[in-house]
Structures are given as C-alpha cells and as structure tokens.
Design a protein around this ligand. Structure first.
Ligand SMILES: NC(=O)c1ccc[n+]([C@@H]2O[C@H](COP(=O)([O-])OP(=O)(O)OC[C@H]3O[C@@H](n4cnc5c(N)ncnc54)[C@H](OP(=O)(O)O)[C@@H]3O)[C@@H](O)[C@H]2O)c1
Length: 265
C-alpha cells in the first residue's frame, strides 16, 4: 500500500491538529510530502519540524479556507515548491452545537462557511492539479450524514452537504481519472470537542465521549489506505462501520432507536 504514496504531494487542510496532523505524519511515513494548511501557523511550523526530524519534507502554509484567495495562495506555494499536487484531503472543519430552536442563522452560516464553502473553495483551487496528476480528492464528512443526532443540526446539515458534494464530484470526475473519497469518521481523538461554536479552541470544554474515541493515528492509517486504494468511501473506526451499516441496511430500525434515545433525552 505504502508504494502508492511514495513521492506524492498531499495537500491537507486542517493539518494543525487531530486527524489532519495525524494524516501528515502517516503520509510522511509512506514517503509522501504533505502541504500543511490551517490557520494556526505555530502549530504548522512545529509539525513541519517534527516531520523533518523524522526524515520527511513538508510545506506549512498558513491559510483560512473561509477567506477568498488564501487557499489559492497555498496551492500556488505547493506548485512552486513541490511542482504540483497529487492528493487533496479537504479535512478542515468544526462543529456548531445547539438545538434548532436555539440556533441563529448566523450560527448555521458560520458552520457552512467552513465545512461546506471552505471545502468547495479548496476543491476548486486544486481541481486542475489533481486532474493533471489523475490523483485523488478526499472529502472529510462525518457519521452524522448517516446518523444525524439531535442538538447538532448545523453540523449534520453541513456533513450531509459534504456527502452530496463527494458523490456528485465522483461522477463528474469519472472521465478524468480522479478518485473522490468520502471519508466518514466515527469518534476519533482530536480537538474537535474543544472547539466552540465560533471555531475557536477552548481548553475548558469537556468531551463526554472521550473514552469511545480511537487514536487519530489509527484513523489516519485507514484514511491513507483508502486513498491509496482509490476507494469511494471510507467509514473510519469499527463502531463507525457498525453504525453506518445499521443506517444503510436497517434505516427503520435505526430511526426507531434514535427516536427512543431522543425521547429519553
Ligand atoms: N474527531 C471526530 O470524532 C470526527 C468525527 C467526524 C468527523 N470529523 C471531521 O474530521 C475533520 C477534522 O477534525 P478533527 O476531529 O481532527 O478536529 P480538530 O482537531 O479540531 O481539527 C480541525 C482542523 O481544522 C482546521 N480548521 C478549522 N477551521 C479552519 C479554517 N477556517 N481554515 C483552515 N483550517 C481550519 C483547524 O486548524 P486551525 O484552528 O489551526 O485553523 C484544525 O487543524 C473535521 O472536518 C471534522 O468535522 C471528526
């Protein structure tokens, strides 16, 4: 599997923590060169130094995917330094929490600006490169597209949009030989539960399901395997695969179970 990644240039948005940082470590281990994209520069510089000490080359680029022109600048830097891009992992995202009655339209807009429009911008900025390399676009969605839990409407809607985008893009790019992977993580260790509704890291937030989460490095290994195998979808973690299968093959039963859990609060 590792041979498929050797020498490849992999642009990863959201590389400053969690799944994105783990992906950077994983692709370097397999001989690829990651372009590290996120807003927190110091984190990216630190990760880049760590990767260099491990014998890997990477390119840290500070970028806010919500801002016009920033991802385009990062892509330009990748072309200049590495000569092109083979794989794009559109992974940057966060979760806006709140029941529908409590959400403002601003909350929903903020959620979509990063998780959907930022992803769209990332894809549009890199499409020419992956077409040329006949590479891969990996779009990081969520189990919530299959199993939308109450209290997460903004996030659920954004991840349903990511699934729709991945499924559409795959068909549109079939003739170009570009693989489109929909990544569906279950519960993975990351900073996600500690990021507030404005997308800002807040150490004081508590993660009620921290014990159920699998290490980000394990998730990264599975994601990179799926990229190398040019798969259409990768449901990450064993519990995630069980839940996705339930939602797919027994939607009535799954709906009833969710309804019972919701009634109990
Ligand atoms: N962890 C899970 O259990 C889980 C489950 C399902 C789906 N996911 C999805 O997995 C993806 C990665 O999340 P994670 O769990 O690894 O959480 P995380 O540790 O909070 O990582 C999120 C990353 O996105 C970056 N980011 C956020 N807004 C950005 C922006 N406007 N521009 C550029 N980068 C931005 C953050 O970096 P900066 O703050 O430095 O910009 C950070 O590197 C997300 O799309 C998330 O929805 C995670």
């Amino acid at each position: 599997m590792g041979g498929h990644m050797r020498g490849k240039v992999v642009l990863i948005t959201g590389a400053s923590s969690g799944i994105g940082a783990a992906l950077a470590r994983e692709v370097v281990q397999r001989g690829a060169r990651p372009v590290l994209v996120a807003r927190r520069s110091e984190r990216l510089e630190e990760l880049s130094r760590e990767l260099e000490n491990a014998g890997g080359k990477s390119l840290p680029v500070t970028c806010d995917i919500r801002k016009e022109g920033e991802i385009e600048r990062a892509v330009g830097a990748a072309r200049e330094v590495f000569g092109g891009i083979d794989v794009v992992v559109a992974n940057a995202g966060f979760g806006v929490l709140g029941r529908v009655e409590a959400l403002t339209l601003d909350d929903v807009q903020r959620q979509f600006e990063t998780n959907v429009l930022g992803m769209m911008r990332t894809i549009q900025a890199t499409l020419g490169d992956v077409r040329q390399s006949r590479g891969c676009l990996a779009l990081v969605g969520s189990m919530s597209a299959y199993m939308p839990l109450p209290g997460f409407a903004a996030y659920n809607m954004s991840k349903a949009a990511v699934k729709a985008l991945a499924d559409t893009l795959r068909l549109e790019l079939l003739r170009d030989g570009v693989a489109v992977l929909h990544v569906v993580p279950g519960l993975v260790h990351s900073e996600l539960p500690k990021v507030d509704n404005h997308g800002v890291f807040d150490e004081s937030r508590v993660d009620p399901v921290v014990r159920l989460r699998v290490p980000a490095q394990e998730a990264a290994r599975e994601i990179v395997d799926a990229i190398a195998a040019r798969r259409d979808e990768a449901v990450i973690t064993r519990h995630g695969r069980v839940l996705a299968a339930m939602a797919r093959y027994a939607p009535g039963l799954t709906g009833a179970a969710l309804g019972m859990a919701a009634k109990r609060g």
